[in-house]
Each structure stands twice: as C-alpha cells, then as structure tokens.
Design a protein around this ligand. Structure first.
Ligand code: PMP
Length: 398
C-alpha cells in the first residue's frame, strides 16, 4: 500500500538542526531554529513554570479527558492576557477561546473552521512569512497567496504596498497578520499602521487571522497586544492564534489557544459548538499538563509577576545581543550598516546575508542559519557572539 509514496523534502529549518546536531565542530552555533536559549546556550525551564509544576505534582491530579475546548481556567486566562482583564469584549461574551496544540494547532483548527465557513475564500500571508503558514493553510484546502510586506532595501515594512494590496482584495479574503515580532523579518507595523489595516479590513470585509506567537518578546505583554486591542476596539469579528511555546519556554508541551471574536454572546455559543466539531474529529481534546501550568501561572499574582520578570529577562537579553552584534560588526569595519538589526523586534532578524554567505558560514565556521539570511538572535550569547561576528565579517568581506 505504500509503494507509490514519494520521499517528502526535509523541513528546511528542522533539517538544519539535524545537520547542526551531526556537526562535530566544538564552536558550532545554530542560528536557524526559533528557540530562546539563555546566556549559557541552554533552553531554560522558567522558575514560575517550575513552581506551578511542583504544586501540580504534589496535588497528583487524575488524568481524565479534558473538555473538547480544553481547560476553562486556561481559556479565561488567555483572554485576559491578550485583551486585558477589563476588556468589554470579554464581558460581553464576544470572545470564544479553545485550548490548542501550540500556536500551530490553533492556526490549524482556525483554518479548518474557516474552510467550512468560507470554502471559496483565499488566504493571504505576508511576503515573507513563517514558513509553515503557507503549507498549513494549503493543507486545510485553501489557495494561499502573498501580500507585499518586507522591503529588503529599507529593512522594514513596505506599508504603502501592503495597504494598497489589501485594499484591492475581494470580500471574505482571509488575511494572516503577525501581531508582533514578525517571523522571519523582525519588522513590525506601527500602531498608526495597524489602525489603517483595521480600517481596510473593515472597509473591504476581509477576515483577519492574527498570529500571536511572541507576546512579550518585543516590548511587553500589554505593549505587544497593540494590534489586538485595536481590532478588539473596532467591533469587528476576527481570529487570534496564541502560542505559549516561547513565552513560557514550554515548546514540547504544545500549549496554544485559538480565540474567535464574534458579534455577540449568542453567536459565540454557535461558533464554539462548530469549532468543537472540528476539534472532536481531529484530536478530540487537548492534553492536560501544559495548559494547566500556564493557567496556574497566569491566575496567581505571585507567579504571574515572576513569569513577567522572566519574560522581561528573555526579551532584554535578546535586545542586548542585537546591540552587541551590531557593535561588533561595526568594530570589524564591515561595509554594510547593520544598525537596522537593533530596530527589528522579537527573536529574528533578516540580516541581508545571501544564501551563498549563509552556506559559507556553515562550511567554514559551523554556523547554521536559514538560507534566506534569517538568524535567531536568541541563539547568540556572550560566549559565541565574538565568534559569530568574526565569521560574519569574514564571509561578508569575501
Ligand atoms: N506562528 C509563528 C509566526 C511562529 O513563529 C510559530 C513558531 N515558530 C508558530 C506560529 C507556532 O507556534 P508553536 O510552536 O506553538 O506551534
């Protein structure tokens, strides 16, 4: 039955990690994967998470099935986190949240649900976008196209082109937007630009699907929700996928959420009933542990404070690495001005390195990056940054 199965291409980023793991060079650095490492190059287990896990372990809860939509306390905590506890949208019962298997799972449940509702809509993702967006929406049955986004010449968003493109789209087109810390470019919209996006979405009857995978990694929890708050205040309906992989350093636990903002409470009940059908026929209900830990941290003021402090440490360390990398490249008299790296936000930067330079970094220095020139700043630390800067200057100089 499997004789006709062809070998699928390797995932470009996970494939990079396989090459990195097999490399025996003691100086090797993996700038490819989007994971936060601390200054010792280790994946952290947050203290707030550790404390919540200890309590949970001591309580030794039984592991029954969760409801299809997941843990109620988790879903409420997510709404409070993304919209703020005083949000009228929550009070009016206009937000429906389900616990999902990471941000990816949230996007997929949302995509499957939208496909049932709008079978002939197209999906538009930024050019470029997280490399799984296209495949994910295509696997849900959509045709996926790109809207203009990044301008390599200015290292920022070509907002005029983006806005003009969106304004020319057909009604019910689904627009995938990165709430903050755009992956892969690190280039975000300003609050003023978000206002204009909301206006276009409203005017053209488009459907916004906001992907929030890095809340807290740009400026802070509230600050990074600026786009969400503008959409929330607009009275529009929209979807939000949240990921807690990075912000809680809980990658493998697969913790995420899908929030659908509806017209009113009665519509919420109908929407939830249909989203539950998507989940039930897919994985039935989410696992217990990760969501319980995130809910415990978010609903305890002491743990929440501790978590926010730990998140701030991660955010500030990445910023420090951005500044340090730019300084070191300048000291080495590279011909380009890399100061844009400091302006970009979140874990990633589109460095402008060519595929050939990225290849040289790998073969000559065992430094692994994505061929597009995307690097993960969170993989830099005080021990490897000199090596990376020297290697980068060397390949640029050639
Ligand atoms: N969206 C974006 C933009 C991402 O960068 C990621 C993670 N790399 C995800 C969604 C998926 O998140 P998760 O790992 O929680 O599935």
């Amino acid at each position: 039955i499997f004789s006709a199965v062809e070998l699928a291409p390797r995932d470009p980023i996970l494939g990079l990690t396989e090459g990195f793991n097999a490399d025996t060079n003691p100086n090797k650095v993996n700038l490819g994967v989007g994971v936060y490492y601390n200054d010792n190059g280790k994946l952290p287990l947050l203290e707030a998470v550790k404390a919540a896990e200890k309590t949970r372990l001591e309580a030794a809860p039984a592991r029954g099935y969760q409801p299809i939509e997941g843990l109620g306390a988790f879903n409420t905590s997510v709404q409070n986190l993304i919209f703020g506890t005083d949000s009228p949208l929550i009070k009016e019962g206009r937000a429906v949240t389900i616990e999902a298997l990471g941000g990816t799972g949230a996007l997929k449940v949302g995509a499957d649900f939208l496909k049932r509702l709008y079978p002939s809509s197209k999906v538009y993702i930024s050019d470029p976008s997280w490399e799984n967006h296209r495949a994910l929406f295509e696997s849900a049955g959509f045709t996926v196209e790109n809207y203009p986004y990044y301008d390599a010449a200015t290292h920022s968003v070509n907002f005029a082109a983006m806005k003009a493109y969106l304004a020319a789209l057909e009604a019910n087109a689904i627009i995938v937007l990165h709430a903050c810390c755009h992956n892969p470019t690190g280039a975000d919209l300003t609050a003023e630009q978000w206002k204009q996006v909301v206006a276009v979405i409203r005017e053209k009857n488009l459907i916004a699907f906001i992907d929030m995978a890095y809340q807290g990694f740009a400026d802070g929890i509230t600050e990074d929700a600026v786009a969400l708050n503008l959409f929330a205040a607009s009275g529009l309906q929209f979807l939000v996928s949240s990921s807690f992989s990075k912000s809680f350093s809980l990658y493998g636990e697969r913790v995420g959420a899908l929030t659908l903002v509806t017209e009113n409470k009665e519509e919420s009940a109908r929407v939830l009933s249909q989203v539950k059908r998507v989940i039930r026929t897919n994985y039935s209900n989410p696992p217990t542990h990760g969501g319980a830990i995130v809910a415990a941290v978010l609903s305890s003021s002491a743990l929440r404070q501790q978590w926010e402090a730990e998140l701030a440490t991660m955010r500030e360390r990445i910023r420090a690495m951005r500044i340090s990398l730019v300084e070191k490249l300048k000291e080495k008299n590279v011909p380009q001005d890399f100061s844009f790296v400091v302006k970009q936000r979140g874990m990633f930067s589109y460095t402008g390195l060519t595929a050939q330079q990225v290849e040289q970094l790998k073969t000559e220095f065992a430094i692994y990056a994505v061929s597009t020139g995307r690097i993960c700043l969170a993989a830099l630390n005080t021990k490897n940054i000199d090596y990376v800067a020297t290697a980068t200057a060397s390949v640029i100089g050639k």
